[in-house]
Design a protein around this ligand. Structure first.
Ligand code: UFG
Length: 337
């Protein structure tokens, strides 16, 4: 299939591009590089041995989007593009709602105009808000704790309602848990701007000596060691899930919501210890205050993904720690020279 990846130069998008190319799909990337490097494209091409066509556009721009759809004739879209920092979304909510909703509306309108019927959307476990139980199944109540999360929630609504009105459409909403790790080549990985918000990129920067120590946000949660528990998933497993989701979309109609996680929860200190053991590097840390908005634990029931897509996470926490460090040590400044 010929597949458009909006935000295809980002962390999850770039890994998905590689897996799609490996499975003989044609990949076209649309990215405005506001939070991604142009160097990513060359790296994808190096790993895959194939050329990737890129549109350097903002997918909120309806005219440019329309022109791209007209000239390409896509079979499917995977929509990753969007702002993604939880903290920033609380400070600049209008910017988040404008960008993240506008892009989805523009894409879905272009799809309808040009008869593209399959879309996979990058959603998040954040839409479960404070879950009433774990593991989390797709039918559990939703509700968010920050504007970023609400944009994911609202985009799910927009796509679900559009598919209800247009019976030709097929929508797969993928709710990601916590993607970490990197491609085993060490050529692509997560390259956050400035101080990392998320745990694994922060640990990686402590390991490389860019940050002095990790702050562990709270050790008084009701978990096995008091620190927050999450379902960390290797980004390559997550990327494979998109290949399966796009195949599923092309042979079904309507909307499906699917969790992509491993089903296993690890605490912050579990991750620190695994990283230290696997890579032989000490990660100094201090216990700090809880981070506002954080929940005690969040992990998936991934059985629906296995049943519908035949997908299952294959990589373990050691793989995630090893590949993160391999990427970080080979690219101490991310994609910057
Ligand atoms: N943590 C620390 N220190 C840090 C960073 C994180 O102790 O410097 C802890 C957090 O308190 C939490 C765990 O590590 O317990 C994971 O935190 P992350 O920021 O890595 O991930 P979150 O689970 O908070 O958020 C992630 C994504 C969001 C997404 C959410 C969905 O970043 O985009 O999962 O559940 F919405």
């Amino acid at each position: 299939m010929k597949i458009l990846l909006t935000g295809g130069a980002g962390f999850i998008g770039s890994h998905t591009a590689v897996e799609l190319l490996k499975n003989n799909h044609e990949v076209i990337i649309a990215d405005n590089f506001s939070n991604a490097s142009q160097a990513v494209i060359g790296r994808i091409e190096k790993i895959s041995g194939q050329k990737v066509k890129v549109y350097n556009i903002d997918v909120c721009d309806a005219k440019l989007c329309s022109r791209m759809f007209e000239s390409e004739g896509f079979d499917a879209v995977i929509h990753f593009a969007g702002y993604k920092a939880v903290g920033e979304s609380c400070v600049k909510p209008e910017m988040y709602y404008r960008n993240n909703l506008d892009s989805t509306l523009t894409i879905i309108e272009a799809m309808e105009k040009y008869g593209v019927n399959n879309i996979v959307f990058s959603s998040s476990a954040t839409v479960y808000g404070i879950p009433e139980k774990v593991p989390i199944t797709e039918d559990m109540p939703t509700g968010c704790t920050n504007p970023y999360g609400w944009t994911k929630y609202m985009n799910e609504r927009i796509l679900t309602d559009t598919a209800a009105a247009n019976k030709n459409l097929s929508v797969v909403l993928l709710r990601y848990f916590n993607p970490i790790g990197a491609h085993e080549s060490g050529l692509i990985g997560e390259a956050p701007n400035g101080i990392p918000n998320n745990l694994m990129p922060y640990i990686a920067q402590v390991a490389i000596g860019k940050r002095e120590k990790l702050s562990v946000f709270g050790n008084d949660y009701p978990t096995h060691d008091g620190t927050g528990v999450r379902d960390y998933i290797h980004v390559v497993d997550l990327a494979r899930g998109h290949v399966d989701a796009i195949n599923y979309a092309s042979s079904h109609k309507g909307t499906e919501i699917i969790n992509l996680g491993t089903g296993v929860g690890y605490s912050v200190l579990d991750i620190v210890k695994s990283f230290e053991r696997v890579n032989g590097i000490k990660i100094p840390y201090v216990i700090a205050e809880r981070r506002p908005g954080d929940i005690a634990q969040c992990y998936a029931d991934p059985s629906k993904a296995e049943k519908l897509l035949g997908w299952k996470a294959e990589k373990n926490i050691d793989d995630m720690c090893r590949d993160t460090w391999n990427w970080q040590k080979n690219n101490p400044n991310g994609y910057e020279e």
